[in-house]
Design a binder for this molecule. Structure first.
Ligand code: MOS
Length: 729
């Protein structure tokens, strides 16, 4: 039996509110935590089959053209080398994890520096890497490649459906009491997942099993089948543990395709692990952005107009483009609005989803602009935002499903100790350090993605949850187990959650902050069905049944679940789908950031001294894993504000800083004590759990609070991120 739901309307009934078992929302540890910290959780490369060979990908050394010839003779004589494979199917564009966006087949054209063009296979990884380094490629460059968005031969596209305009923004700007009209730029970023991409492929006849590191398995299976030209049913992907994704593992990536091709060709299992440099060059990057923002406000700081026009980049033919303005249409009031979006087609590593695509960089720029408006109008930045919270979605004229920005701003200001604050820049000193504070709003769109799960109540009084959902470090194992435990009245220790196998019911996968709520709803629905089946056996109505600690109670009759089952199992499937609700209401999550920085007046070095995030995302399913997501997001916000920056060579577009020594992520010493406050909320439009996505909310504007604090400390307004010391002196 499958219980199916399509979210067409709000669902007010709330079974979880009863908290009978008392595990929903609790800050429980991850059930798989011990396996992870003791090194026993099998990540992709931890489980190599006997006789497994190793492949290392070889990259293109030109930005545009063709691979003419590979001279493999010298490499083939090196010790341990088994094969040098050239296959156009390696050289594909990264899928975004939603099959159907683009075909997954490769191309024989070179479209960026670093594109995988060959695979060297050897007995050991080291031998294969050595062979890959020694391989002589004859590359034929085509005419000059556009590698920078500003290059004269970069083609600029302006997709019609991504432009919009209402009212008359130019006029609003002319009539405004206060205006901001500035351009902000953010550099490219990489996902920087701790576990580099790796896949182990083995064939059994014409059936492929691939142990990989991916975020959205049902889509990844379709993409892999598509790129190999075989049927989906012939592909099984396993990814029980994933060492971070941040967007880079949403779609199948070249190492997976290469491992499958090599294993087929050589008749033995093949593992392909990317080096860190491979990941930088071959997977995907977040596009750099240039954002022209215009704000028009009346004398009270009320916005009458907002313009947000972005230029991003990607290789030709890719549908994805950084959705920079995603939250701009609904975050603040203003009758006159312009949204613009242009894409420069250039020859760089393909651009894709990285850590909250859209809001992470888009809100960062918008929230710096808001701070500029606060300075110009003399209105406190928190107050300015409070004055501009709209009553309904100002672009679509539809209501909000729930709205917590005002509460998040007020709670944050109180908790942080925002007042009293010296608004005049450069006035607070601590020795040679200039001290300042800044804040920003947070917002992220909320999505539901189709998802299925199976729950089985077994005759020994335990339950299992099965779905091809992934846990990319976010806490899926814990959260799905908690939903089943709560619904079935079982202690957590009696619920076993099995994930990461495409043989299991297809889930949303992990991405876009939608995983826990989407797949959690499928688990919830399956449990509802099991409760219904138990009621049938007990002869009671659904609301008469209480399940707790392994017992079913109806009226005063208490029976162990095992006795109710009488030696048999009960299984049910849940299936959740988005519906018309998406069109009827605007659904989003909100929050606020507050930061205090110290800028060294001699060296220009910035240290974040303290940081607070306040977030509301519907029902919180696990207070510990939710908080950890927010801490991670804000930490990446520190990186975005101060250090993170992909640097491309202006001649051929190659990535200059393609490792963690040169690409500067925040480390422990850069991160102060971060406080997170989670606001209690329910969103009946989201799903029957009333929970929304929280994974990415912590980075959606976080960098702006730091950049705004730097202004308050120094009087220097940074509009070109990151705010490195050369820009502050
Ligand atoms: Mo996310 S950047 O959708 O993993």
């Amino acid at each position: 039996m499958t219980t199916h739901i399509k979210m067409d309307d709000r669902i007010d009934r709330d079974r979880l509110e009863e908290m009978v078992q008392g595990v929903i929302g609790r800050p429980l540890d991850r059930p798989e935590g011990e396996l992870k910290v003791s090194g026993r959780a099998p990540y992709a490369m931890d489980d190599l089959p006997d006789g497994c060979l190793h492949g290392v990908l070889v990259r293109s050394t030109i930005a545009k053209g063709k691979l003419e010839h590979i001279d493999a003779a010298a490499v083939e004589t090196l010790p341990g080398i088994r094969a040098v494979l050239r296959d156009d199917r390696f050289t594909r564009n990264p899928a975004q994890g939603m099959a159907g966006e683009a075909p997954a087949q490769g191309t024989d054209e070179i479209v960026y520096f670093g594109q995988p063009v060959a695979l060297v296979v050897a007995d050991s990884f080291e031998q294969a890497r050595h062979g890959a380094q020694m391989l002589a490629l004859k590359m034929e460059g085509a005419d000059e490649a556009a590698v920078n968005p500003s290059d004269r031969n970069a083609q600029i596209e302006a997709p019609k459906k991504k432009q919009s305009s209402t009212g008359d923004l130019d006029k609003a700007m002319r009539q405004a009491a206060f205006t901001v009209d500035e351009t902000y730029t953010t550099p490219g970023h990489v996902s920087a997942a701790m576990e580099p991409h790796a896949s182990v492929a083995r064939w059994d006849g014409d059936s492929l099993t691939l142990h990989g590191s991916y975020q959205m398995l049902r889509f990844n299976r379709a993409e892999l089948a598509d790129s190999l030209g075989i049927k989906e049913e012939k592909v099984r992907i396993l990814a029980p543990y994933v060492g971070g994704g941040f967007g880079s593992k949403l779609g199948i990536s070249p190492e997976g395709v290469a491992a499958a091709i090599a294993a087929k060709e050589l008749g033995v299992p093949v593992a392909v692990a990317m080096t860190r440099q491979n990941v930088f060059e071959m997977v995907l990057r977040r596009s750099e952005t240039s954002q022209h923002i215009r704000l028009a406000a009346d004398e009270y700081g009320k916005l009458t107009g907002i313009g947000h026009e972005a230029l991003v980049s990607n290789i030709s033919g890719e549908e994805f483009s950084e959705p920079v303005t995603q939250a701009t249409p609904f975050l603040y009031r203003g009758e006159n609005r312009v949204i613009g979006h242009r894409i420069a087609r250039i020859h760089r590593t393909p651009a894709g989803s990285v850590r909250a695509p859209g809001e992470a960089v888009g809100l960062t720029a918008l929230e710096i602009a808001l701070d500029e408006l606060a300075v110009k109008s003399g209105i406190d930045p928190v107050e300015l935002r409070l004055r501009n919270i709209p009553d309904e979605d100002p672009s679509k004229g539809i209501p909000f499903s729930s709205h917590t920005l005002s509460e998040a701003l007020k709670t944050g200001a109180r908790h942080f100790g925002w007042e009293p604050r010296n608004r005049e820049p450069g006035k607070v000193r601590d020795g040679e350090w200039l001290i300042g504070s800044g804040m920003a709003s947070a917002a992220r769109v909320n999505m539901l993605i189709e998802s299925k799960a199976r729950v089985t109540l077994t005759n020994d009084g335990r339950a299992s949850v099965e779905t091809d959902m992934t846990d990319i470090g976010t806490g899926t194992y814990a959260v799905l187990g908690q939903i089943a435990a709560e619904m079935l009245g079982l202690p957590m220790a009696r619920v076993n959650t099995i994930l990461g196998d495409t043989d299991l019911p297809p889930a949303s996968g992990s991405g876009g902050s939608f995983g826990a709520a989407s797949n959690g709803t499928a688990v919830f629905l399956a449990c509802e069905d099991i409760r219904r089946q138990l009621c049938e056996r007990l002869g009671c109505a659904p609301d008469e049944l209480t399940l707790k600690d392994g017992y079913a109670t109806v009226a005063n009759r208490r029976t162990s679940i095992q006795d109710v089952l009488g030696g048999s199992d009960l299984a049910a499937d849940g299936h959740a789908e988005p519906g018309k609700a998406e069109k009827k209401v605007r659904q989003a999550t909100y929050g606020s950031y507050f930061a205090e920085v110290a800028v060294n007046s001699v060296t220009g070095e910035t240290r974040v001294r303290k940081m607070l995030g306040v977030f509301a995302a519907g029902r919180i399913l696990n207070a510990k894993t939710a908080r950890s997501q927010c801490l991670g997001g804000m930490t990446f916000g520190i990186g975005m504000a101060l250090t993170e920056e992909l640097v491309h060579d202006h001649r051929d577009g190659h990535i200059v800083n393609r490792d963690f020594a040169e690409y500067h992520l925040p480390v422990n010493a850069d991160v102060p004590q971060i406080d997170v406050v989670l606001l209690e909320e329910r969103d009946a439009w989201a799903n029957p759990l009333h929970a929304k996505g929280i994974g990415e909310l912590g980075i959606c504007g976080a960098a702006a609070s730091i950049v705004n604090a730097i202004y308050n400390a120094t009087g220097v307004r940074v509009r070109d991120l990151p705010a490195t010391l050369d820009k502050l002196l």
